[in-house]
Structure formats: C-alpha cells, structure tokens
Write a protein that binds this ligand. Sequence first.
Ligand code: 5AD
Ligand code: SF4
Length: 489
Amino acid sequence: MSVTRAPRKLYVKSYGCQMNVYDSQRMADVLAREGYVETATPDDADVLVLNTCHIREKAAEKVYSELGRLRVLKQEAARDGRRLTVAVAGCVAQAEGEEIIRRAPVVDLVVGPQSYHRLPDLVARAAVEGRVVDTEFPAEDKFDHLAAPTRAATRSRGAAAFVTVQEGCDKFCTFCVVPYTRGAEFSRPVAKILAEVEDLVAAGVKEIRLIGQNVNAWHGDGPDGRAWTLARLLYRLAEVPGVARLRYTTSHPRDMDDALIAAHRDLPALMPQLHLPVQSGSDRILDAMNRKHDRAAYLRVIERLKTARPDIAMSSDFIVGFPGETEQDFSDTLALVDAVGFASAYSFKYSPRPGTPAADSDDQVSEAEKAERLARLQARIDHHAAAFNAATVGRTADVLFENPGRHDGQMTGKSPWMQAVQVMAPPSVKGEILAVRITGTGTNSLYGALVVANGTAPLRHDGADHGTTPDPALPGAPDPAVRAASGGH
Ligand code: 5AD
Ligand code: SF4
C-alpha cells in the first residue's frame, strides 16, 4: 500500500442471499490488503462491485438497470479526472459472463464467485489490459487465498456474523440455477471454520450464522479422526468460549439427520429457529421439481424438530406457478402452510431460469394465475406469522442488540426466534444480549422493554405495558431467565 496517496475507495452492493453478504465482506477484506477502504456511497468510489443474484428474473434485470445508471456515475468520475472501475460479481456474473461485457459497456470486469481471491489482480489487469472476465472454477481453494478481516472490520460489521461452511449444491432441483452458478457441493474443513469462528468471537461477535447453499450437507474430517456432520460441528462450535448463539442456513429437508435434530434439543446456543425450504405442498409438484422428498417426509421432519425443541420457529421458501401446477396442487401447498404454522416464509412466482430443466416445460402457468396464487399464499403465511408473533407477547426473551431502532432512543435486536424487537434502550446495549419483555407487535417487528435483575424496566417504552414480573419462557424453551446473557450461555 502506498503511504503517499489517499486510500482508494471501494463500494460493494450486495443483492440476494446471505452468502452474497458474506462474499461481499470477503471481497472488501481482500481489497483492504491492497489499501482499499470501504465507502458508504458509490459517489466517491474508485472500485464499485455489484455482487449479483441470479435466482429469480427480476434480480438480474435490476442489475442491468443499475448498470445503466452507473454509466452516469462513471462519466462524472471521468470528468473529475478519476477512474471508476465497475465490477460485476456473483451468480449473474457466473451465468452471463461475456454477455455482461456485451450488454453493459460500463463494466470493466466480470468475476464469478469462485475467483474472488483474484480480485486485486483482476482490478489491476482491467486498468492495463481493458475489460476482463474470470468465471473459472479454479482448482485451488479460494478460501485459502481470501483475507481474514481485521478486528476493526469485524467489529464494524456487528455482533452477528456469517461464516460460510459449505458452498454449491448437488441437488439439481429442476427450477434452480444454483448448481450451475455455484458449482458442486464443497465443504470447508473443520480447522478453518473453527479458526474463523474463534477470530470472530475474539473481536466481539456473539452470534455465528453458518451459511451454505445446502448447509446441512456439510461434512468434514474431525480432529478426532472421525467423519463429522453439521451436527457434530455445531456441538464443537457451541464449546467455543464466547459463542452465545448459533444458527445455520439454508438446509435441505433430505439432509436433516437425527443428530442434527437432536442438536436442537441439546444445545442451548443453537437458536430455536430453522429455515427449511419446502417449495410446494403437492407431491406431484415436489416430484417434478426433483426435490427428493415428499410432503409426508417434510412434515415428519417438522414434527421431530418440534418434539426436540417445541418453541422452534420454522420458516420456509415456496414457489407458486411451477410448470403444471394445478389449483389442487396449490391448495395442497396452502394446507401444508396451515399444518406447519410457519413463523415466517418467503414465497416467489416461478421464474424460468435459462438452462434449467423446468424452463423448457411447455406447461407454464400464466402470469395472472401466478400473481393470484402468490397473493393468496402470502396472506396465509402472514396470518400464521402474525399468530406466531402474537404468541410471544408477554414473554421474556434474550435479545441480541444490533442497531439503532426506528425511533429516537430505541435499539433493535433479534429474538431467539429471529424476530426483530424494538426496545427503548441506550446505544451502549449494541452487541449485548439482554433479557427483554415482549410487550406488543408492530409491522415487521415486535416491541419490548428491557428487564433487569430486580425486575424493573429501566427505560420507558412509549405506550408499552411496564410489567415488572418476567414471564416464563415459551413452552418447552429453556428458561431464558432474567439476566444479561452477554457472552456465554
Ligand atoms: N423461480 C422462483 N423462485 C425460485 N427460487 C429458486 N429458483 C427459483 C425460480 N426459478 C426460490 C426457491 C429457493 C429460494 C432461494 O428462491 O424458493 O428456495
Ligand atoms: Fe437450488 Fe434445490 Fe440446491 Fe436449493 S437444494 S440450491 S433449490 S438446487
């Protein structure tokens, strides 16, 4: 890094999944080694990265329109005598490659998810050679070459951190582009994951979110010489001093093995919340999707999870209007939503992805029907989410505080069930896990009041009930106790 000139500035915009958020941080870390600092706005950036998502149509379209807008920014930078390097990363980069260079003249470099460790070199090459594309699946492990974040970078990113443990997918659902853009399943070794988690907690992180496209297919060789599954890894990570909370996402129903379900019973640090996409409630459609599980198998997994951890908050993904989906198939999906009672769920209209088997089906569902089904499904999901949230009112739960809240004097954090909770609290609670009495529900979040050891809330919460007696935990949950549970558990 040159000491004589101002640091070059980097702006990364992330679309789509949590793995993209993680990858964006890794890109920032690898460029930090070259002297780049992150800037909060694209206006003064020297390098601008769009970390894209290809999972559904609109996401890629958004990237192209964003690139259109960036032309103006690049011209303005040139007028000021600055060079703005525009990079497209992520799954659109992987899928479209050269096509991006053809369609968007503003782009200097296209980099696929397996090549982020080469970013500094690619930026340098783009400056000298002109536009470059790197969408290889290199033999070397990119994780070996990606930089670890500095303590300061980790601290600035908050008390909950992602750790990629697994990448890629071998399931080949017929609607999905992931096996093509992220490649075959790959599990990171135990020692690397452990080292990363230890670094994160040393910098103050309290909650570790293990991520992977198919995270519960993770496997590795344990230091005990045995083959480890995700369950074993979770038990090990729960022993790391300072790891107060663990979550993992996204899982496939087929890979929810007995040990993983037992981990939800045994590990207080493993939060009572699981995202387990089902996509459809119809066996006919699940089969056409090549999901490798049927409705009954999914419901059995849910039942066992609820036995292991009765208060578990389940969430899921749904696709409506998959080719050939009839009204009967769709009502099977609605019935499954009622049977599970999801705490939250995402639902999408089927979008044909080029190169995937379902895209070629001549049995496509009309746009109007997709829109109508989506609205009905979302209403049903919202109903159950509201019921789940309402059931937490009056309870006391640990909240990990993350950011300033919606209003002055408020801080917002996450409940064990992943609900956002707005609480009147001083900024100093950021990064702490504190007991909160849930007092009400709002749009997209809950309201709560801090509980202290003698049972009084130290700060007023507007309009809230200031009950002084902590309630018992949700049925079946370990007693969250009235305590400041920062660090450890
Ligand atoms: N069309 C609509 N939704 C899709 N998803 C994945 N591929 C498609 C597609 N082609 C949804 C699935 C998946 C989530 C991440 O995105 O529900 O679980
Ligand atoms: Fe896509 Fe299916 Fe793999 Fe999930 S399990 S990433 S939906 S192919």
